[in-house]
Design a protein around this ligand. Structure first.
Ligand code: NAD
Length: 273
């Protein structure tokens, strides 16, 4: 911890790369591991649009349950000490950006302003025709949960039904879809380019709560390492990224980042206060 704090105070540009594990203590289950979302909803059926379209034909109620479970978990979640610590590191100008694989908005709620979301954001809808984005926010997500049982679209395909649920595009009248990256889909190019640029120009990267097995996202810490950055992994388990870590802190993200930030604050005051 001490060495990591020194590294953070020394860093000219620290960047964080986060995964589902950082939001686990906020009540959003991770995708892998016991009690994860995929235990209940297998990714082959629920993690991609083709699987969801098929499931919709045979069991629409189960698709609605999946959407409801996910949205309710996201709506109830509040930022935990790890999100808040990153927000305060940004305020101290130590942390320059957060690259996240998460589709929740807990980094923003935790006080981070430069958040690069390489897998999209659950509270945004995107037009399938013109690409226009619409921010739905928590209120929009609550309305979706309320409208899941709407009568319209009972006998249409999944994508059309999603379009009814999300409303038309205000710019071109096209069909809206969630602005998230499902399995087998490409990453948003602008976010991905920004993420690569941040990784290649930082001198310290905090890698928090990611299994490091989802590609191409998992390349990010390797790019930072190759560019000479120190890698600090915070995870309650080992991962394929552990072998490139300069420092590893094994433990829950919230508790660990909370302690790390208190230590940094006390040192910051002592050394520069
Ligand atoms: P993952 O589910 O593959 O792995 C989670 C990682 O977090 C594991 O390495 C696990 O050891 C670690 N972990 C679990 N609880 C932790 C805790 N309390 N503290 C520290 N570490 C903890 O997650 P991933 O690597 O992010 O990849 C999964 C994909 O699923 C991502 O692309 C992401 O988009 C998506 N996802 C997002 C959310 C979210 O937005 N909160 C939730 C689930 C999945």
């Amino acid at each position: 911890m001490d060495q990591v704090v020194r590294g953070l105070l020394r860093a000219k540009k620290a960047v964080a790369f986060t995964g589902a594990g950082i939001s686990a203590e906020s009540g959003i289950p991770t995708f892998r591991g016991e009690g994860g979302v995929w235990d209940k909803y297998p990714p082959s059926r629920f993690g991609n649009l083709l699987g969801l379209s098929w499931e919709w034909l045979v069991n629409p109620g189960r698709v609605k349950d999946f959407i409801k479970d996910v949205l309710e978990a996201f709506l109830q979640a509040q930022p935990n000490p790890a999100h808040l610590a990153l927000g305060r590191l940004e305020a101290l100008r130590i942390l320059k950006s957060v690259i996240t694989q998460n589709i929740d908005n807990l980094h923003e709620k935790g006080g981070c302003h430069k958040v690069i979301k390489i897998h999209g954001s659950l509270d945004r809808a995107r037009c399938s025709r013109c690409g226009a984005l619409r921010l739905m926010g928590d209120q929009g997500l609550r309305e979706i949960v309320q409208n899941l049982e709407m009568r319209k679209g009972r006998r249409v395909g999944f994508l059309k039904w999603l379009g009814y649920l999300l409303g038309e595009c205000e710019s071109c009248g096209g069909r809206m879809r969630p602005d998230i990256v499902f399995f087998y889909e490409a990453l948003p190019m602008d976010a991905w380019s920004q993420a690569m640029a941040e990784a290649q120009s930082c001198d310290l990267m905090l890698v928090i709560g990611t299994s490091g097995i989802v590609y191409p996202a998992a390349q990010i810490p390797f790019l930072a390492k190759r560019a000479g950055a120190e890698i600090v992994e915070i995870n309650q388990d080992v991962s394929p990224l552990s072998r490139i870590a300069t420092y590893r802190i094994e433990g829950p993200a919230g508790e660990t980042m909370g302690k790390l930030f208190s230590l940094l604050e006390s040192k910051n005051f002592r050394e520069w206060g």
